[in-house]
Design a protein around this ligand. Sequence first.
Ligand code: NAD
Ligand code: LMR
Length: 326
Amino acid sequence: MKQPIHIAVTGAAGQISYSLLFRLAAGDFLGKDQPIILHLLEISPALPALQGVVMELQDCASPILHGVIITDDPKIAFKDVDYAFLVGARPRSADMERKDLLQVNAAIFSVQGKALNEVANRTVKVLVVGNPANTNALIALSNAPDLKPENFSCMTRLDHNRALSQLAEKCDVLVTEVKNVIIWGNHSGTQYPDIQHAKVKDQGALSLVDHNWFENTFIPTVQQRGATVIKARGLSSAASAANAAVDHMRSWVVGTSEGEWVSMGIYSDGSYGIEPGLMYSYPVTISNGKVSIVQGLDINDFSRQKMQLTETELKEERSAIKHLLS
Ligand code: NAD
Ligand code: LMR
């Protein structure tokens, strides 16, 4: 019998978690033979609702769910965890500016970074989902000096999956026949969804679709997909976000296939001229848990300009919360 693996999920009573927790308990992340213990973190007022979610988890009678800890204390939630899904964050209300959201959520991620630093397993893999995800991840890692930047990542896999799906639909092929799209930069409207290196049934994507569609339909559709879902549903994407979180973490553990890459927000090492020390989404390959940026891709002027635009936004976000960076 395998030993249970400890997984923390924050914002556990929220909408993304309402999908994510059940995917974890079904074995979609680590497999159907790997026991898990869930450490669920919420703010105190949400603990009663979280109790209800836990009742439902119990009612699934999952053979791999060997325990559930619920708490409003990050140091209990992150104690000895191997994986942490940082989903909990306050969503923007109508009266809030983006910079207000940055300030409120930034404080959450500095507390959680410190707690991870103190009590998490030293090999913990952290995924930040809560928005603004890239900058929240930067705050968490800079408050965790005893962990490495490589312990931290932020989620652009939902954007990556959106890009795969849009391109597959346009080319009338299966999603599995599309490879190597890239999301560069921030998980925001400035992200650059790039198909210049993508393959559709082993042919270059840009030999199959025209540049006008790429520039004026594909890019804005992927950039604005989150907002479009919010408009249609009245709530932000939840099941697809949970699915992307599982995909992201599973790729980190299982690795990427030969010749294929995925997009992941990671600590920039300066690759492609991006300022080192930003959490920037790159195309990556993964082997034995080690994430490597895909090197040597040709970047034309069109791409360079878009990659820099999203980099500039990340620098601005970083300067708005610089008092929280240690
Ligand atoms: P939600 O409001 O339904 O749930 C968020 C939960 O977090 C709430 O239950 C809240 O009580 C909890 N929370 C707030 N502060 C907390 C704290 N300090 N510790 C623990 N829990 C805390 O929101 P949701 O729809 O589940 O979305 C969660 C976040 O994910 C939002 O920031 C959303 O914008 C973001 N998101 C990111 C992506 C992405 O691709 N990166 C995609 C979708 C949503
Ligand atoms: C998404 O991409 O669906 C979320 O980040 C929600 C948003 O604000 O766009």
